[in-house]
Ligand binder design. Structure first.
Ligand code: SF4
Length: 351
C-alpha cells in the first residue's frame, strides 16, 4: 500500500532536518523531535510539548508518528519471556519477543513480515513472505518494549535480529535500524550488544563485513554437509557451505569479532556423530563459537528435539576436537516464542 506521508520513525536525522526545513523550521527543531522520539519515547506528535502548537499541527500535516498497535501479549510460565503481536500501519502483523535475564533485557526483533527463505523447521518460513519492514518499523519494536521496561525502572540492554525474516535480505532497512538504535542522541544501544542472525547469505555477509561495525554476527548453520543443509535450508543451494565459510572468515578478518554458529539439534537428523565430526572439521581453527539448542518444534515440521543421548554423543565429539560450544536451554517454548517459532497468529478481519 503506498504511504506518501512519511512516518517520523523512518527518517534518519538529516531526513528529519530536511522535512523541517521544507516547512520553514530551523534545524534545531530536528534535535528536539529526535529527543522526543528516542529519549522521551513519545507516541504522538501532540506529546511533544516543547514544540509550539502551530509546529505540532504542521508536523501532523506532513508526517505521522506511527506506534504499532498491540494485538496480543503472551507471557511464558516462568515470566522470563514475553511475546507481543504488533500491527503495522498497513495492517501487517509481526511478533516481537522480550527476554528478561538477570543482567540483561533482550529484545528479539523481526525484520520482515514472513520470510522467503523457507527453512523447513521454521514457522516463519512456513507462512511465506509478505514484505520487508521499514527501518522505523524495526526500531518501533524496540521502542515498544523500552516503554514497557521504563515503567519498571529498567531498559532494553540487548537486541537480537532473530525474529521473523532474514535481516540481510532487508539489508538497507536493517542497517538503518542498527544505526538509529546505537545513536548516542537516542537509545544508545552499544553495537556489541546487538546480534544480527542470518541464514547465511554469503554475498551479504561480505558486504556487512565492510560496514565497519562491531555488531555480533550469528549464522544459522544447522548442518555441516551441503547435502543435509540444502534439505533443511533451501538457501544452501545458492549459498553453499564453501561460500558461507569463506564469507564468515572474511567477517572475522575484517571485524576481529568471534562469529556464532547456531545449530538446532533435531533428533536423528543433524545430531549424528557424522554431522558432529563434519562440523568440527569445518570450523577447526576459526574464531567461532557454536550454540547448540534442541529444536523448538513447529506444527509444519515433524522433527523433534534431540534426545539426551544424542546430545551427549554430539557434544562428546565437539569436546574431543576442542570445539567451543554452549548447550542452550530452550526459552519461551510454551508461548511459541523460541527460535524458529514466530509467526503472526492473528490475521486481519478482511483476510
Ligand atoms: S529460520 Fe530465519 S531464514 Fe529460515 S525461514 Fe525462518 S525466519 Fe526465514
Amino acid at each position: 500500500m503506498p504511504q506518501k506521508i512519511p512516518n517520523l520513525l523512518d527518517l534518519d536525522h538529516s531526513q528529519l532536518e530536511s522535512l523541517l526545513e521544507s516547512v520553514g523550521q530551523p534545524r534545531y527543531r530536528a534535535d528536539q523531535i529526535w529527543q522526543w522520539l528516542y529519549k522521551q519515547l513519545a507516541t504522538e506528535v501532540q506529546d511533544m510539548t516543547s514544540l509550539p502548537k502551530a509546529l505540532r499541527a504542521k508536523l501532523e500535516e506532513v508526517a505521522v508518528l506511527h506506534t504499532p498497535r498491540v494485538l496480543a501479549t503472551q507471557e511464558s510460565l516462568t515470566g522470563e519471556t514475553r511475546k507481543d503481536l504488533l500491527e503495522m500501519r498497513d495492517g501487517e502483523q509481526v511478533e516481537v519477543v522480550l527476554m528478561r535475564y538477570i543482567q540483561r533485557r533482550t529484545v528479539c526483533v523481526s525484520t520482515q513480515v514472513g520470510c522467503a527463505i523457507g527453512c523447513r523447521f521454521c514457522a516463519t518460513g512456513q507462512m511465506g513472505f509478505q514484505r520487508n519492514l521499514s527501518s522505523g518499523e524495526i526500531v518501533a519494536q524496540v521502542l515498544h518494549f523500552e516503554r514497557a521496561l521504563r515503567t519498571q525502572g529498567r531498559r532494553v540492554t540487548n537486541i537480537v535480529f532473530m525474529g521473523m525474516g532474514e535481516p540481510l535480505l532487508n539489508y538497507n532497512n536493517t542497517l538503518a535500524a542498527i544505526t538509529r538504535l546505537m545513536d548516542p542522541a537516542g537509545l544508545q544501544i552499544g553495537q556489541r550488544r546487538m546480534t544480527l542472525s542470518t541464514v547465511g547469505i554469503s554475498t551479504a555477509i561480505r558486504r556487512f563485513a565492510k560496514e565497519k561495525l562491531q555488531v555480533n554476527l550469528a549464522v544459522s548453520l544447522h548442518a555441516a554437509t551441503d547435502e543435509l543443509r540444502s534439505e533443511l535450508m533451501p538457501v544452501d543451494q545458492r549459498h553453499d557451505l564453501d561460500a558461507l565459510f569463506a564469507a564468515v572468515q572474511e567477517y572475522i578478518n575484517r571485524t576481529n569479532r568471534e562469529v556464532t554458529f547456531e545449530w538446532a539439534l533435531i533428533d536423528g537428523v543433524n545430531d549424528t556423530p557424522e554431522q558432529a565430526a563434519a562440523l568440527a572439521a569445518r570450523i577447526a581453527g576459526m574464531l567461532v563459537h557454536v550454540n547448540l539448542i534442541p529444536l523448538n518444534p513447529t506444527d509444519g515440521y515433524p522433527g523433534q528435539p534431540s534426545s539426551e543421548e544424542h546430545v551427549e554423543a554430539f557434544t562428546d565429539i565437539l569436546d574431543r576436537r576442542h570445539i567451543p560450544y554452549t548447550l542452550r536451554l530452550r526459552r519461551g517454548g510454551d508461548i511459541q516464542a523460541g527460535c524458529g517459532q514466530l509467526r503472526a497468529r492473528i490475521h486481519r478481519q478482511s483476510t
